[in-house]
Ligand binder design. Sequence first.
Ligand SMILES: C[S@@+](CC[C@H](N)C(=O)[O-])C[C@H]1O[C@@H](n2cnc3c(N)ncnc32)[C@H](O)[C@@H]1O
Length: 331
Amino acid sequence: MLAVKVPKQEAEKARRKLIELGVLAKGYAIRREGEFILFPLIEPVEGFELVEADFERLEKRPHSYREVVEVPDEVRPLLPSSFDIIGDIAIIELPKELMPYGKAIGEAILRVHRHIKAVFAKGSKVSGEYRVRELIHLAGERRTETLHRENGIRLKLDVARVYFSPRLATERMRIFEKTRPGEVVFDMFAGVGPYAVLLAKKAKLVFAVDLNPWAVRYLEENIGLNKVDNVVPVLGDVRKVAGQLKADRVIMNLPKFADRFLREAMLSVRDGGVVHYYGFGPDGDLFSEHEAKIKTVARELGLGVEFLGERKVRPYAPRQFNIAIDFQVLK
Ligand SMILES: C[S@@+](CC[C@H](N)C(=O)[O-])C[C@H]1O[C@@H](n2cnc3c(N)ncnc32)[C@H](O)[C@@H]1O
């Protein structure tokens, strides 16, 4: 095919020019010939030395595992279009009809996404106090520990032993943007520290509590990994710590049970401090049940509350959303 021949040292400039002119042929490997580089063309172009040359076709890389996975036609429409990626581990939710093809699905994911080293299927819902789920190994390494990057921090964690959702990254950044220098933050359900370590980059001090010993082990490691020296990790039930500090900002990232800890949150915030409350709500009436609970607890404690903002964080189940309510406590 027709090609442009340029000296090696002019290759990058020529490549940009050919792209700009829209004449560079796509899908071919660029060739090297001694001190020259050859670019394939779709049509002749002026101002360059033109030659005839053969080019190797580049393999078209699939974008989705669904393009390469082999499953019977009748279950193909059930293949999920997305899955979670935590570090180099993929976690996919498969309907039971697809479970017999789990290995093929896992291997297809590994083939298409080269940075993924292990694939697991969700084996249960998130449950228990630690909010963890069972995982079923599908393909790749039988390893559940990984290093995840999010919002400029690094988080080491074990996906089988602690709760972690990469889908909350944007929400965590939202809270980071609200945090002001000098603040004392109380992260009531800290996990491995995605809020605590991030907010420590801005706040004066972050108290980070969790009941799960594995979560606190990783939290401590993540404090070191990210070189923050203003996070106080606490292993234990947050009820034992609550009320002993007066924070400017409280984070209640335990959507399933946060309502049970409203008293502790309100007692731990200073006058005018802000609580970030999370819950689940049905589409159509996302917030009212939670607002009512917040008002009731405030009334019982003789406190005032002012609602600052409410938002959907992410879909949780059919017609159910993970929601966030920000409110200020007036003492
Ligand atoms: C939904 S996870 C959130 C973890 C973390 N904030 C994140 O964004 O990844 C809730 C965490 O609360 C912890 N937890 C549950 N009950 C608790 C309690 N009573 N006291 C302290 N931590 C608790 C669980 O172990 C779990 O790590």
